[in-house]
Write a protein that binds this ligand. Structure first.
Ligand code: ADP
Length: 243
């Protein structure tokens, strides 16, 4: 294990933003711990990453379960000895519906994965990074984390919560040498948005969805030394949608 090599955990690595980020970071020579609920898609990302001959493992885990979160944190430590960066990215969307029609169980599930999952990842990874006195974290929020999102109220609530966690973690752990930031993608061409029809105008001034690589590039920057003074930032990557 090369001490220069950054060790990065990515949750939700099986698809979309997570998979593109894994592929990009592999080309940059990072050691990767890929985490996803879906075994098949996680293995597929591992396979894609291995084409770059990088050191990588896949851990099947549900980010909303603390035992599973401990499992991927322990796997990172046992395999690579430390955690330099954490991409806290796994998430789910629900079918669009008015708040009055949103089932309680559906709301609970979204909060459990998107918000509690983000919290549990932070909780266990920050403990490790605190001991190391170094580390950098990127939480995946959303444009729906900084403005309301009609028909996706549960999702918007969960992603607003992710920003609260991000800003608090940045303030608590900045003095310990750890940076924590959030990204806020608008519409991205992934499995998550497949079922959501949108007109070009609804996608904002650039009139198109983002390619997941356009999100991965910003994540790669935020975990790099070039972003050494960026902490507690909420970074829209939405083509101007929320401007
Ligand atoms: P996006 O990249 O836009 O966030 P995707 O749906 O393409 O959307 O990717 C989300 C990823 O998160 C999927 O691979 C999915 O399997 C994963 N995921 C969803 N829920 C969980 C969970 N509870 N634990 C771990 N991974 C999850």
């Amino acid at each position: 294990m090369n001490m220069e090599q950054q060790v990065v955990i990515i949750t939700g690595a099986g698809s979309g933003i997570g998979r593109e980020t894994a592929k990009l970071l592999a080309t940059m020579g990072k050691a990767l711990v890929l985490v996803d609920f879906d075994d098949k898609s996680g293995q597929d990302t591992l396979h894609a990453v291995k084409e770059y001959h990088q050191q990588a493992i896949f851990v099947q885990a549900d980010v909303s379960q603390s035992n599973d979160v401990k499992k991927y944190v322990d796997a990172a430590k046992e395999t690579f000895g430390r955690i330099d960066a954490f991409i806290n990215n796994a998430g789910v969307l629900s079918p669009p519906t008015l708040l009055g029609d949103l089932e309680e169980e559906t709301f609970d599930r979204i909060i459990s994965v998107n918000l509690k999952g983000a919290f549990l990842g932070l909780k266990y990874v920050l403990k490790e990074m605190e001991q190391q006195q170094s580390g950098v974290i990127v939480n995946t929020s959303s444009a729906a984390g900084i403005q309301g999102q009609p028909y996706l109220g549960g999702y918007a609530a969960s992603k607003h919560g992710v920003i609260g966690l991000t800003k608090t973690a940045a303030m608590e752990y900045g003095p310990k040498g750890i940076r924590v930031n959030a990204i806020c993608p608008g519409g991205v061409r992934t499995n998550m948005t497949k079922g959501l029809a949108s007109s070009p105008e609804e996608n904002g001034p650039l009139r198109r969805l983002a390619d997941p690589t356009e999100i991965a590039n910003v994540i790669a920057f935020l975990i790099s030394q070039e972003a050494s003074y960026v902490n507690g930032a909420v970074v829209p990557i939405d083509g101007g949608l929320t401007s």
